[in-house]
Design a binder for this molecule. Structure first.
Ligand code: ATP
Length: 429
């Protein structure tokens, strides 16, 4: 075999590529890799890999990250992981790293790392799927999602309303081995209790009055893919037992059917209520909770990642205006957004911007165009019962939002179905 110059070989690679020895020292880096970290290959060789890419003083597995170096040198495996690296401009960026086991002329081992910046990744590059954000809280969350995507475990996503749970579920699906299969959504709050079973498992011709032809259920449609159970806390108790049985056996029957069917489905569920609290309140079965929450992932609310606001707002504005004239936020608008708490998270931000785009005439959105709701917290006498406080608060919100129940539900961080129940209970419907 011809002896090739290592530097020439790795410079031929279009992606950043680096070769690392057992002691975490970089022994070679291609031009692309060096550029990504604002240096030349010569300046990088001899440095610790974690110092260059993580600005850290110790290996990343000692900071709790999955580390390709550790995987190769301790376990003999070449693994692919997702990390946050710091680019030349000191900005954090999401990177997918593919580890390669390399052998030196004397048989010694080296780790070759090929880097793929995630923004250029097919699964996340189309606009509808793009998860925008670079704040540490958001990056940690996306990192988590990318790690859990590949395993087959059931995932339970927890986060406030509008925080991006469905987007996260799509992200998981797109990065899983099931990406070629269907991604099926069921919003458990929106399906009337009586239709739940037939929605999930389908029904045979004439199974009940009003059922016309044969209908496949969402479970069946998700065969080979992912079923996303949104607002999972809203599944009626009676159905929870049935769902559990199906999840345990993988078998089900259509309503009115006699054949047992099988479907190979991966479940991703989402909730904005702590399911274990629901279990304590006897509204949710503990055994079903364990089935659904193989791994749980928390999505941070927008007010805990305010650093993401400018990029998110710019991205949403671009999507809202499309090919039409671009709109921009001025400094007063950005400051107003930074000071606002966003009970409805990214969805609320999008809705605010949508309204502002319609009213702004010169392409500049100012604070006043955003019509941010001002917090009017009523001061109530200390002796009022909790239910009365709740009733008063809901009534005030209905006034503020001109009777728009979806906006009131968003502001309260509850589902519309829960709001409807409360309106009925308090005689406000
Ligand atoms: N990080 C993000 N980057 C870009 N868009 C986002 C991000 N997070 C959320 N969005 C957008 O915000 C909107 C709301 O997101 P999504 O429907 O996923 O929220 P959700 O948590 O599932 O809401 P709900 O609890 O009400 O079902 C969507 O239009 C989504 O595309």
């Amino acid at each position: 075999m011809p002896q090739l110059e290592l530097q020439d070989l790795i410079d031929a690679n279009d992606q950043p590529f680096v070769v690392i020895d057992r002691d975490y020292r970089i022994v070679a880096a291609n031009q692309r890799y060096a550029e990504a970290y604002g240096a030349t290959p010569n300046a990088i060789v001899g440095q610790h890999c974690y110092a260059v890419s993580h600005h850290a003083t110790r290996p990343c597995h000692k900071n709790g990250e999955q580390c390709p170096h550790q995987a190769l040198f301790e376990h003999g495996e070449a693994v692919e992981v997702l990390h946050t690296h710091f680019h030349a401009d000191d900005q954090p960026g999401r990177i997918r790293i593919r580890g390669h086991a390399l052998r030196g002329v004397n048989g010694e081992r080296f780790l070759g790392e090929q880097l793929y910046p995630l923004e250029a990744d097919a699964g996340t590059d189309c606009d509808a799927m793009r998860m925008v954000g670079q704040s540490p809280a958001f990056l940690a969350c996306v990192d988590n999602l990318a790690r859990v995507a590949d395993c087959e475990a059931s995932i339970l996503l927890f986060g406030e309303s509008g925080v991006g749970k469905e987007l996260a579920a799509r992200f998981i699906h797109a990065r899983s081995a099931r990406a070629g299969g269907a991604f099926i959504v069921i919003n458990c709050a929106a399906v009337p209790e009586t239709l739940f079973e037939s929605e999930l498992f389908g029904h045979e011709r004439g199974a009940f009055s009003g059922s016309s032809g044969l209908k496949k259920g969402l479970f069946e449609l998700a065969d080979g893919g992912t079923l996303f159970l949104d607002e999972v806390a809203e599944i009626p108790l009676g159905l929870q037992a049935k769902l559990l049985r199906v999840l345990e056996s993988g078998e089900f029957r259509r309503v009115g059917g006699t054949h047992t069917l099988k479907a190979d489905v991966r479940l991703v569920s989402a909730t904005n209520r702590r399911l274990l609290d629901e279990v304590d309140e006897k509204r949710f079965r503990l055994d079903l909770y364990y089935r659904l929450a193989g791994i749980d992932v928390d999505l941070p609310p927008l007010r805990e990642r305010r650093d993401d606001l400018p990029a998110l707002a710019a991205f949403l504005l671009k999507r809202l205006t499309g090919a039409r004239r671009a709109c921009q936020l001025d400094a007063t608008a950005l400051a107003a957004l930074q000071a606002y708490d966003f009970p409805g998270n990214v969805r609320e931000l999008r809705n605010l911007l949508q309204r502002a785009v319609l009213t702004c005439r010169d392409g500049v959105i100012r604070a006043a165009d955003l019509h941010l709701p001002t917090a009017t917290v009523p001061v109530l006498p200390g002796t009022q019962a909790l239910a009365e406080v709740e009733r008063t608060h809901i009534r005030a919100l209905l006034d503020t939002h001109a009777g728009h129940r979806n906006r009131v539900a968003t502001a309260l961080g509850i589902t519309e179905r829960t709001l409807y129940r409360k309106l009925k209970r308090y005689g406000l419907s």
